[in-house]
Write a protein that binds this ligand. Structure first.
Ligand SMILES: Cc1cc2nc3c(=O)[nH]c(=O)nc-3n(C[C@H](O)[C@H](O)[C@H](O)COP(=O)(O)O)c2cc1C
Length: 221
């Protein structure tokens, strides 16, 4: 798969096959993504790969925290406190598309909750990835991390695997650090599911569009 094809066919996969991912594929993905650029070659990314019992512990812990209505305490705010256009409509469209694919109605809080909790289950993917950055690094390192994340998703796609980056996994970072025995000097940037896609599942059979180039680009001479 060439790079353009990998970028344009990647999508947020929210249903996976119950099929393990070879350790060698995971190593290949990380071994390739490490070539991502970073300011003065800082390479600020830290990754935890979770499978098996550890992955399950994370699922159980996050689900329980949410059930207990524990206040979320992410290390940073991913989304704006107040949504305005055009982002507000894009966000709404994303949610509506997801619910439509899953056949979830507006007045069905139980199904909505289950769809959200699927995040904590890594959507059934056998592998979870958690990405950390040292807390005293600047915003630039977060830019670097974004490139690293995209590299991971593109290589995975090239290997026939699918991914879903997940800010939903950063709601209770202290609990994740606890499970992984990670210092609170490391901030949790995002999580990600990784595995073989269930291509027959309706949730994987719609695609979100993108704005046209001219809507976000100004050309100067
Ligand atoms: C950093 C990041 C965090 C995200 N968090 C979630 C999440 O918690 N749950 C989810 O279902 N999708 C999540 N997404 C996926 C986006 O909703 C998705 O990328 C976007 O709607 C565009 O769809 P596409 O990736 O399928 O093209 C996240 C994406 C990014 C980049």
């Amino acid at each position: 798969m060439n790079i353009i094809e990998s970028i344009t066919t990647r999508y947020a996969c929210r249903a996976y096959l119950d099929k393990p991912v070879n350790r060698s594929d995971l190593e290949k993905i990380l071994d390739t993504a490490r070539w991502s650029p970073s300011g003065v070659n800082t390479q600020p990314w830290r990754v935890a790969v979770v499978t098996g019992k550890t992955r399950q512990r994370i699922t159980d812990t996050l689900t329980q925290a949410r059930e207990d209505k524990l206040p979320k305490n992410p290390d940073y705010t991913y989304y704006p406190a107040k949504w305005h256009e055009p982002y507000k409509s894009r966000r709404k469209n994303t949610g509506l598309s997801l619910y439509a694919a899953l056949g979830i109605q507006k007045n069905d809080p139980d199904s909505q909750k289950n769809a959200w909790y699927n995040n904590y289950r890594f959507f059934g993917a056998p592998v979870g990835l958690l990405f950390f950055i040292e807390k005293d690094m600047g915003k630039g390192s977060w830019v670097d991390m974004g490139m690293f994340l995209q590299s991971i998703m593109l290589v995975a796609n090239g290997l026939g695997l699918a991914t879903c980056p997940q800010a939903s996994l950063i709601e209770y970072p202290d609990k994740i650090r606890d499970i992984l025995d990670i210092s609170d000097n490391l901030h949790l940037v995002t999580g990600m599911s990784l595995g073989y896609p269930d291509k027959t599942h309706p949730v994987n059979n719609y695609r979100l569009d993108r704005e046209a180039v001219n809507s976000f680009t100004s050309w100067y001479k």
